[in-house]
Every structure is written in structure tokens, then in C-alpha cells.
Design a protein around this ligand. Structure first.
Ligand code: PLP
Length: 475
């Protein structure tokens, strides 16, 4: 406790010094363990009190028979809703103010910061609250670029919130293997003394691939000593021990609505050894790293959801992982030529996998437990989603609409999945509230829907967007 307190007060006392600190070569990272007593103290604060488990153990979304799109957004946890309500009603003061009510709001932010720090293996002063995952990613990538210049590097399967800033600044995009894991040889080639930031996501939002962050961190320290390492952990907190896995990482992005908090709030861990240019300036909040009045209600709810997600993670992974497996295995058995995406033994990025991989079963150990991903030869997933929706089964596809034409997902393309096959991709993502009944309904509805589409629709290459297509991909 003494060292945690010392660290916390050191942060409080060295705001300017930290902002001015020179860009040092990071020392070899050590595993950051959050002391149990620190976790207990942080999560037991009156304002954040998490409950022992979900209040509705059988419930998913009221009135929604099967919601299988948790990777896009997972329902808010009841304890997070409860925690945020007072901050939307009677407790409305600005946390930057000078009076007692403002100090109350500031204290709530401090408590939330401590919980997020524990959940992410950071010090409280290293947490920067943001408006969500996109802003956290942009701040990490563009904030580093604006402060240090140099070359930016990322994996080809990153979320657009990372990929577009890296490409926009002329950065290097590194290929992945057929299972979605970054090609470490290609990464080695991309690294040199000019590189200032490397960004590789912890878990992929479409197929769920988990990246070997420790090996990536070793390579970065070795080959690009001036670079900081960023990980987009937006899809990870419900499933992985982010505090441990991301210990060697300098910048970590998370988003509340992916683990049971509200939309429009997130956080970026900025280790003291990583310095950034702020992208929002004016109020000096968040130690000058992100100006703007904080979203107190959202932040309190995010911390409450994070505490619940971390405490319940082992049980959630076991319970939901078993449901995901039952769903995907059941579909593979019912529809024999389905392809589970990302076989680890495929290593030729451009190979069309329709022939050899029919009916193959994937080792799912390298994926987060909530995500199942399939390619369905001979259909277009937009049409399938429409049929599923008629039976109130909600899932998502890997394609997106841009400039009036359907484009297959850049993630599937980077994994070497043939364009036509990628148009038939289906993501089934479960979350903390997913039930057996939802899996049963999906197993009942999906096989006949696929058969119906195959019977009545000639597979064609889509050229125009359906009116229900999403306007952008990557959730
Ligand atoms: N990164 C990943 C991996 C995501 O899945 C998402 C959201 O879908 C984001 C970033 C963006 O997060 P937000 O929706 O909070 O802006």
C-alpha cells in the first residue's frame, strides 16, 4: 500500500514535471500486479459499489429474443446504471469547480480513476478519460505523432480509429497471418530508429484474435527503441486480464460500452514514460492531456462496469465461452460447409479457402471467449441478417458500405479470405448477459435461414449498398 500511495502522491505533485518530461527510452517492463487490498479499497468506495453478479442472471435484453452483437455494444450492467443515476440528477456540479458540490464530483472522478487504474494495471495519474475508444485511439496515435513526429506502425487488422490515422500520416501497415495474428517477421522489418509509435490491438473486434503483446513489446524495445507501444484493448476487458497482458504497453485504449458501461465514454492509459500532444485543449483537465469537462456520470458508470467485468471475468469467460462454443459447433454440425474464420494452420494470405477448409474446426484458444466468426459460402450476409432479424436474432456482418458499394471487411481481406467468401461473413458475439435460450434460438433459426437463402438466391457479387447496411464498418 505504501508504494501505491507514494506513486499516487508523486503523480499529484509532479503535474508540470510530467508534462515536460523528456522522451526517455522505456526500461524493460515489469509485470504489474494490482495488490488485492488496493483493488478491494478502490471498488468498495461508496460511489461505485459493484454488486456481486448480474442482477438478472437469466436475462439478456428485455424484449429481444437473441442479441448476438455484444462486440458492437454490450448491454449496460444494472449496477452501472444505478451508479450513474445520481450524477445525472441531483449531483450535477462541475468537477473543476471550487465548492463542496464540485469537490464531491471530483472525488467521484478520483474514485473512478483509481478503479480504472486497478483494472488496467496502471497508476491513477496515468488514466486519461475520453469520449470512448475512437478518441482514445486517435489521442494515442495522433497525440504521439504530433508530439514526436517520426514513423507510425500498425497491424493491418486494426480498428479504423487506429488504421486511418496511421495511414493518414503515411505510416507502415504490417501484414497479419491467416489466423489474424500479426506477422512478427514483417513487424521486425517495419521497425527501425525512425519509428515513434507501434499500435497492435489486444483483441480483434471482428474475429476475436488475441495478439501476442509481450513478444511484440520485446521486438519494439529491441528494434525501435524510440517507439512507444499502443494497444487498442477496447474488445478485451471483459475477456482478458488486461492489467497483466498490457503491462509492457505504454498506451492502452478502452471503451465503456464494450464491457457494460454507457456509450460515449472511455479511457486511455498514458504511462509516464509516454508523452503526447493533447488533441483537445482549453480547460487543462486530465493533467493537460485532454481538455473538456469530464462526463462524471459516464465515468462513474464505466468504473462500476469495469469493476464488475474484472471481478466476474473468470466466471464469464467460462460460462460464455461454453455458450459460444455450443453455438459455433452446433452451426458447423448443422450446416456442413460453413467455415469458421481464421484457421491457425493456414499460412498463405491470398489463398482462397473455400475448397480445402470446408467444415474445418478452428482452435479457438487464441480468440476471446465471446466471439464466433463464420464465413458462409454462397450467401451474402446482409441478406442473412435481414432474415435473422425477422425472427429477432441480431448479429452482424463483416462487410461495410462505403461510397455506395459493398466492401468486404479489411480485417478479413488482411487475413487472406477471398472477397466473395468475405461477403458471406457472420459475426456472432456474446457478452456478459448472453443466455442459453439465445443460443438455442440462434441454432434453431440460422440453419434454415441459410438454406432458404441458398435455395432462392443466386449468389451474386453485390455492387450497391442495401438501405439497411451500416454506414461504416468496424464496431
Ligand atoms: N476499437 C475497437 C477494437 C472497437 O471495437 C471499437 C468499437 O467498435 C472502437 C475502437 C471504437 O470505440 P467507440 O465506439 O467507443 O468509439
Amino acid at each position: 500500500m505504501a508504494s501505491a500511495q507514494a506513486r499516487t502522491s508523486a503523480h499529484a505533485g509532479s503535474r508540470t514535471a510530467t508534462a515536460e518530461r523528456s522522451y526517455e527510452r522505456p526500461t524493460r517492463p515489469t509485470r504489474r500486479l494490482i495488490p488485492r487490498h488496493r483493488w478491494r479499497r478502490a471498488t468498495s468506495r461508496a460511489l461505485l459499489r459493484p454488486q456481486a453478479g448480474p442482477r438478472h442472471p437469466t436475462g439478456s435484453l428485455p424484449g429481444v429474443p437473441a442479441y448476438l452483437d455484444h462486440a458492437a455494444s454490450t448491454p449496460m450492467r444494472p449496477e452501472a446504471i444505478e451508479a450513474m443515476l445520481p450524477w445525472l440528477t441531483e449531483r450535477h456540479a462541475n468537477p473543476s469547480g471550487a465548492h463542496r458540490l464540485a469537490r464531491d464530483a471530483r472525488r467521484a472522478l478520483d474514485d473512478a480513476r483509481e478503479v480504472m487504474a486497478c483494472a488496467l494495471g496502471a497508476a491513477p495519474g496515468e488514466i486519461v478519460f475520453t469520449s470512448g475508444g475512437t478518441e482514445a485511439d486517435n489521442l494515442a496515435v495522433l497525440g504521439t505523432a504530433d508530439r514526436h513526429g517520426g514513423v507510425l506502425v500498425c497491424a493491418a487488422t486494426e480498428h479504423h480509429a487506429v488504421l486511418e490515422p496511421v495511414e493518414g500520416r503515411g505510416g507502415r501497415v504490417v501484414r497479419v497471418r491467416a489466423d489474424g495474428v500479426i506477422d512478427l517477421d514483417a513487424l521486425t522489418e517495419a521497425l527501425d530508429d525512425d519509428v515513434t509509435l507501434v499500435s497492435v490491438m489486444l483483441a480483434n473486434n471482428e474475429v476475436g484474435t488475441v495478439q501476442p503483446i509481450a513478444a511484440i513489446a520485446d521486438l519494439v524495445r529491441d528494434r525501435a527503441p524510440a517507439a512507444v507501444l499502443h494497444t487498442d484493448a477496447v474488445q478485451a476487458l471483459s475477456w482478458l486480464d488486461v492489467a497483466t497482458l498490457a503491462a509492457p504497453v505504454d498506451l492502452i485504449s478502452v471503451s465503456a460500452h464494450k464491457f457494460g458501461g454507457p456509450k460515449g465514454v472511455g479511457a486511455l492509459v498514458v504511462r509516464d514514460r509516454a508523452t503526447l500532444a493533447a488533441r483537445q485543449i482549453g480547460g487543462g483537465q486530465e493533467r493537460e492531456r485532454r481538455g473538456g469537462t469530464q462526463n462524471v456520470a459516464g465515468i462513474v458508470a464505466m468504473a462500476t462496469a469495469a469493476a464488475a467485468a474484472v471481478e466476474q471475468r473468470p466466471a464469464t469467460v467460462e460460462r460464455i465461452g461454453a455458450r459460444r462454443d455450443r453455438l459455433v459447433d452446433g452451426l458447423l454440425a448443422a450446416v456442413p460447409d460453413l467455415i469458421e474464420t481464421g484457421r491457425p494452420d493456414r499460412d498463405l494470405p491470398d489463398r482462397d479457402l473455400t475448397d480445402r477448409d470446408l467444415g474445418a474446426v478452428v482452435d479457438r484458444s487464441g480468440r476471446i471467449a465471446g466471439t464466433g466468426h463464420l464465413c458462409i459460402p454462397g450467401i451474402e450476409s446482409e441478406a442473412l441478417l435481414f432474415l435473422l432479424e425477422e425472427r429477432e436474432v441480431y448479429a452482424s456482418a463483416g462487410s461495410s458500405c462505403s461510397s455506395g458499394a459493398m466492401e468486404p471487411s479489411h480485417v478479413l481481406a488482411a487475413m487472406g479470405i477471398a472477397r466473395q467468401l468475405a461477403f458471406g461473413s457472420l459475426r456472432l458475439s456474446l457478452g456478459w448477459s448472453s443466455t442459453d435460450a439465445e443460443v438455442d434460438l440462434a441454432l434453431e433459426v440460422l440453419p434454415p435461414a441459410i438454406e432458404r437463402l441458398r435455395r432462392f438466391a443466386e449468389p451474386t457479387q453485390p455492387t450497391t449498398a442495401s438501405t439497411t447496411a451500416p454506414i461504416s464498418g468496424g464496431v
